[in-house]
Every structure is written in C-alpha cells, then in structure tokens.
Design a binder for this molecule. Sequence first.
Ligand SMILES: [Zn+2]
Length: 478
Amino acid sequence: MNYEKVIGLEIHMRVKSQTKLFCSCKNAIELESEANVNVCPVCMWFPGMLPAVNMEVIRLGVLAGLMMNCEINKVSRFDRKSYFYPDLPNSFQTTQLYEPIVGAGYVETMVEGKMQRFDIHHMHLENDAGKLSHAGGKTMCDYNRSWSPLMEIVTMPVFHSREEVMEFLKELQKIMRAAWVSDADMEKGQMRCDVNMSIRPEWSSELMSRTEHKNVNSFSAIGRCIDAEFKRQKKIVESWWEVEQETRGWDDASGTSSSQRSKEDAMDYRYVPEPDILPIVLSDEILESAKSQVVELPIVKRQRYLDEYKLWEDDARILTADYDLSVYFDELVTLTNDPKKSCSIMTSVLLALMNESENKKEISQLSFDISQLAKVIELINKDELSSTNSKIVIEELFEQWWNADDIVDAKNLRQKNDMWALESVVDGVLSANPEQVEDYKWWNERVFGFLVGQCMKASKGQWNPKIFNELLKKKMDA
Ligand SMILES: [Zn+2]
C-alpha cells in the first residue's frame, strides 16, 4: 500500500525589533559575546516589576501577518504558559494561546515549477527564554535573550512532501527578510522549526495521530527528519501497530529520532490569562503604519520578472533568492531601462565576483555606486565597450571605487566607432589582401572571418568588430 505524508509546521522566528518584548533592553538579534549584558529587573522578572508591551513588535507582527495574507485580529491577548526550566527565571512564558494577533492566511510559492498555496493557521507572539551553556561540569545561564520577541507561525497540515516543506520555508524566509521583520537565519537560531507529521493510506483523507519533532535546525536536517519519520511510521503501521502521539527529539548526526515525552495538552501548562498585560487593541495608526510597510512579495516579484522582463526562469529565481539582490536589480533596471542586459551583467559578472570575494558577499558591502554599473551597460549599448571588456571594467569597479568612464579610458578599452577611421582600416586590409578578396567574390565565405580578424589586428582589438563586419560586406559586395 502507498502512504501519504501529512505534515504541519510550527516555525519560531526572532523578531527584528530594537528592544525586547516587554522592556527597553536591547533586543540582540545575534548573541552577544558577553553574557547578561542586555538584562534589567523586568526581563529578569524581579518581584514587583511590571512588563510594558513594545508596540514596535506589535507593528512588526501585524506586518508579518499582512505579508502572509492573514486576517489581523484587532484585539489579541497574552497568556501565561507555566513550566519550569533554569533559562526561564519566572517559570512561565508569555504567549498568545487563545487570541493571537494574526489569524488564518496563506503563503504561495513555486514547487517544482507549479504555484502552490499553503494555509497558515495563525501566528502569535511570545517571549524567548535565556540560553544555557554547559562547561566544566557547570551550567551557566545567559539571559541576554530572555524576553526577546518571537513569532510563532503555525501552518495547517497541508504539506505532503519534503519538497513542499522546503520551498515553503524558503519562501517564508524570503518574505520576512523582504519586510524587515526577521533575518530568519537558521544557522544563527533566528528561525527554528518543529515538524508535526503523520501518515495515511493514499486513498484516505483522515488525520491520523502525529508526532512532533522539536527544533529541527537546518533545511537539510528537516528533509532528513521527514524521510526518516516517514519510514519509521510506515514500519509501525505496516506491522499493525499504532503511531503514538508524542514529542520526539531529532539527532541529525545519527539520522534518527527518539521519544522525549508523550504529547502534553494545554491543561499541562496551566495556561492563564496574563494579568499584568492589558489586551492589545490595534489602533488605526499601527494598522496603517504596518500597511505602509508591506512590500512586493518575493514570489510576485519573480513572476513579474518572467512576465514583464521576459527573464529566464533560472535568472528570475536567482535574482529573487535574496531580497537585497532583487532591490538592486530593480534599481539597475530603473537606471538602464534594459532588464535583459542588467540581468546578464548581474548574474554572470557581478554575482561571480561576489561569490569569489572574501569580504563583499552581500549587496550592502559593494563599495561602488550603482550608477557606475548602469554606465557600463550604457557603454555596451552604445557599442563603446565590448561585452568582454565590460567584465574588466566591472572587476575594477568591484575592487575600488572609481568611475566607469575613467576606467574605460585609462585601460584603453573604448571601442572606436569613428566611421572614417574604421573605413580607412578596412580599405587598408582589402588592398593588402587582394587574393582573399578575390576568393570571397568566388563565394568562399571562409576568408571573411580572416579579413575581420585582420581589421581587428590592425585596430589592436579596440574597435568594434560589428562595424568591421558591416563595412567589409558593403565594400566587397559592391
Ligand atoms: Zn530588560
């Protein structure tokens, strides 16, 4: 019998606000090198301290919701989820169980060339805990991240393959980066994913009992976890046992998972409404401010590059893989009005240089002005610079700030299009090679290339071969 995977995801993302969720401590997006420097009595939850909601986080949460086509709840509330762990000084997490800020919606993306829609159940805000590290038989607590804001995005069980999960997660990452809501870097722990999965016979539409794998922390680990869990559940079902509903821990090194605890329900966490924080009522101001920051979705941008600019599918995918890159491309097109050439200069020259570079791997690290790159394209289009030589100019721009025109002149790369000078070269070549000219007139096309070569040689390769071609033809056909 064939079985189908049914997968739902819970994704935690670090929100890129300036300060923490309930106090004015710095929200360190990346871990500080020194422990416990971003803490105060509020985020250490000292007795008598009261939290105050950071409205910037609320606005970013609304923005994230809008970018996922979600309903925005004008009123949301925080709840206390009680559990003890040394990285949580007050023994409860402040989260939104019953009335989250963002309701149902969807994210669209391409999976194997087909546009697919994946439903979001809701998104809520909550606080992060501290970080424990173990060394020399001791455990140390670092509360720098304590009370940093997290979004938890919960999907419907709508995924049926690892490809769908991968494409969705990559799209989500792109969306949050585009809107400046989160850097969503999995390697830095800014995006973490729990994988909920069950299987069922292909003909069935019933939801079977599922397992949850916590914090599977890289794209490749998620893929391996899905494959291994499918095999494990299939084996259980095929031997007439039932899959137990439980939380399992994924060990990526061994490629296996093990049972951690049977699934707890809301009762076990003793959820209670948070008494110290009033319900969040969204003002029109916050809603409007979030709406004004909605940007074009990466997938829409990709489609626009295909439809409007007629780019190749691969190029459109590459240019929209990174939001900054696509913004740069858009800007270059505005300057040049030439999407195709802008695309080829970026994908075949600029990205290659960035890949090889040690310290200029990001668009934001480029030191030359974009107008100079536009200038290179303009020179190519005016036949003043050959495509081959344009590479040299861009390499120079990349290395040091300079003016494209100056580089072209300093390196003697400008193609001469002075017709009178070109004609005299052609005349010289024709009179120096009477035999070849005769051969050409007797329909020997091969000598033509030789004659163009002679012209290029005479002009030291600086002049435009296209014009030599035209002139030679015109003169010999006459
Ligand atoms: Zn604080």
